[in-house]
Design a protein around this ligand. Structure first.
Ligand code: DON
Length: 304
């Protein structure tokens, strides 16, 4: 019997004492309206039990974590055809770098760097009848929670300062790897990133990746093989130029966002979500990384 609640409590006690909590992302101005002292963890076991500590019921901007959910919907809609338009290699670069995209003629390295997620957004805009509504309904469906919504102020804020993403989308367009209008694709992408969730909702949203493609209500939303592949991309590409460090320290597939959230999972065992809004130099939650390192060490559970 692993004493999960004791483990979460002791992580909380040790991590909230840290003086240096990192820096809140400010390139999306609306994200700065958050208290850096927030810290929460939610652990959802595949067997059904749940544990939490701290601000695990407070909403935050999931940002890039949403890229895993848009990939899942795109894979379930169009299958392996998406790999004609993007690759599955780690980039070793920050999430918003464009040099490789130009060098590799408009084929993004993976679906989690911004250019790759914009290609996925383009696929969803082509395939969904009402893209923003249908994507939101998909997220609500897999999570079993109709209260989940976009934060429209965050989406607008990112649109106003999203010059880098406009550059990525235009570069993709110039290489014929964007079928829809730049504005339509980015409008979808900015909303997708502006989804808000609590740690608890995030663990539930990612349940299907730990449960062979079956969501919390035990309905198949991905095939077992699709879940396996998405977990592999999370492991190798989920943390951009810090993916190696995350595998080394934590040893789980996972995904971060500049809102300070990190979700990670052990297939067939659990999903764990952490939120601490201060980021390290590489754009990943500083205390979130520390908390997950402590968790897999204390629980003695990781893929390695
Ligand atoms: O496109 C962006 O820059 C943001 N919407 C998402 C970036 C992000 O979360 C990177 N993750 N660590």
């Amino acid at each position: 019997m692993i004493e999960y609640q004791n483990i979460l409590d002791s992580i909380n006690q040790s991590v909230i004492k840290e003086q240096n909590k990192g820096t809140i992302a400010s390139y999306i101005p609306e994200l700065t309206n958050v208290d850096i002292n927030n810290f929460g963890i939610h652990l959802q076991l595949v067997s059904g039990e749940q544990f939490s500590v701290g601000n695990s019921h407070q909403l935050f901007s999931i940002q890039s974590i949403s890229k895993v959910l848009s990939l899942a919907l795109a894979m379930s809609q169009v299958g392996t055809a998406i790999w004609d338009r993007l690759d599955v290699e780690p980039s070793g670069n920050p999430f918003n770098h464009l040099s490789l995209l130009e060098l590799e003629e408009g084929i993004p390295r993976n679906p989690f760097i911004n250019s790759g997620a914009i290609v996925i957004a383009d696929i969803l805009v082509s395939n969904l009848e009402n893209p923003k509504t249908d994507f939101l309904n998909y997220v609500r469906d897999i999570t079993g929670d109709n209260s989940i919504d976009y934060n429209y102020k965050v989406a607008q804020s990112e649109k106003e300062t999203g010059f880098n993403n406009y550059a990525a989308a235009n570069l993709l367009k110039s290489f014929n790897n964007l079928n829809n209008d730049v504005e339509d694709v980015l409008d979808f992408y900015f909303h997708q990133c502006a989804l808000e969730m609590t740690c608890q909702q995030l663990s539930k949203a990612f349940f299907l990746f730990a449960n062979k493609g079956n969501c919390l209500a035990n309905k198949a939303r991905l095939t077992k093989s699709q879940a396996k592949r998405i977990n592999a991309i999370m492991l190798t590409c989920g943390f951009y130029d810090e993916a190696g460090e995350f595998a080394f320290e934590v040893g789980l597939p996972g995904k971060s966002g500049v809102g300070g959230g990190i979700v990670a999972l052990l297939p067939n065992q659990f999903v764990i979500s952490v939120w601490s809004p201060g980021l390290n130099e590489r754009g990943n939650s500083k205390l979130g990384m520390q908390a997950l390192e402590q968790f897999t060490t204390l629980a003695n559970q990781s893929i390695f």
